[in-house]
Design a protein around this ligand. Structure first.
Ligand code: SAH
Length: 342
């Protein structure tokens, strides 16, 4: 018989499970706290449960079906986790100091592979296998915490896959991160290549997390050349959608812009980007392209990166340059490409 998965369950669901199996209801709260707040990695470590309750749980339940298959640690102490899923597929996540020392950020995946086909992205080369379940999304954070003993303070949906193509599991997992793991809404960021209907759906929800948009180009023509999604959703329509998103939610969006040499890194590109996003309440996050052997794209020289930043700042935008993390273990932005079984 398949075991009852504890991860992702609400307190009410855990209580029902305990009661149905003749266990006392208040044990559910203990189990809940052990999993979400203390990231216990096995039932024997749930020390305030009586032996009989632990034996019952071992027989009838499991915390998660996902396991850590491999872990790599970079020179800059970024960690990459490879997870094996119950059907033999793999997912990846990265743990790093993203912005400041008080924060510990986990970058998690929402799909096995990705169908969006961005020409510069390593995950795109894998093609698309399937969406991750809520259990698989949540388990990435739980397993990282259980393995390291550290508390993840910030979550970014910037690993493999397009989060908005897995909309229901995405929003359900955010709810669980907020309620069970007690991660603040503002410490959660969803990154998308720009699916207009789903962005509108997010705007309708009480979604207080940050929306990051992978724009990567100053106009429709240039975007279409590197991101097939632009064939479906036009540049100007995307900017309009984002504007109405900021009006509805009162939240600024983050524009992600990967700088690639000779593709989108000229002074003209910077000026055009400043104009096309002038009325959009946004901060810009410049990402220096992470080169990989399968890709023809290169990163710009340092001087051009700074020039691009200065030109955007001159237009009044707040601009940050995302520091490269974990490049030596292929954990940097856009490098996640866990080999999948065929
Ligand atoms: N599908 C979502 C989530 C992926 S997030 C999205 O498109 O936003 C990963 C971010 O890294 C995206 O902004 C993506 O465009 C960017 N990226 C992909 N390949 C990259 C590379 N080689 N170097 C730097 N950034 C890259």
């Amino acid at each position: 018989m398949e075991k009852f998965k504890l991860i992702g369950k609400t307190i009410a669901e855990l209580e029902n499970f305990m009661i149905e199996n003749g266990q006392s209801k208040f044990r559910a709260r203990q189990v809940f706290n052990w999993i979400y707040l203390k990231s216990a990695d096995c039932f024997d470590n749930m020390t305030d449960l009586p032996q009989s309750a632990r034996e019952f749980l071992k027989e009838k339940a499991e915390i998660t079906s996902v396991v850590i298959k491999e872990k790599q640690i970079s020179k800059d102490s970024t960690m990459k986790f490879l997870f094996e899923l119950s059907d033999g597929n793999f997912a990846e996540a990265v743990l790093m100091r993203f912005d400041n020392r008080a924060n510990l950020t986990a970058c998690i995946s929402t799909q096995v592979g990705c169908p969006m086909g961005c020409s510069f992205c390593a995950t795109a080369k894998l093609g698309f296998k399937r969406n991750l379940t809520v259990e698989e999304i949540i388990s990435q954070i739980y397993l990282i915490q259980a393995d390291t003993g550290l508390k993840v303070t910030n979550i970014v949906y910037m690993g493999q896959g397009e989060p908005l193509l897995n909309f229901n599991n995405l929003t359900e997992s955010i709810k669980i991160f907020r309620e069970n793991f007690v991660v603040g809404a503002r410490r959660i960021t969803v990154s998308t290549c720009g699916l207009i209907p789903e962005i509108n759906k997010l705007a309708e929800l009480d979604f207080q997390s940050t929306l990051a948009i992978s724009l990567h180009a100053p106009n429709q023509e240039k975007r279409k050349a590197i991101m097939p999604v632009a064939n479906k959703y036009k540049y100007d329509d995307l900017i309009k959608t984002l504007k109405s998103y900021t009006e509805k939610t009162g939240r600024r969006v983050t524009i992600e812009y990967v700088l690639m040499k000779g593709i989108n890194d000229s002074a003209e590109d910077a000026k055009e980007l400043a104009i096309s996003t002038a009325k959009l309440k946004s901060n810009v996050n410049l990402i220096v392209y992470n080169e990989n052997e399968k890709s023809p794209y290169k990163k710009p020289v340092k001087e051009n990166i700074l020039k691009f930043k200065y030109l955007l700042e001159a237009s009044g935008k707040k601009v940050t340059i995302r520091l490269e993390r974990g490049a030596d273990i292929d954990a940097a932005c856009g490098q996640l490409s866990a080999k999948m079984k065929s």
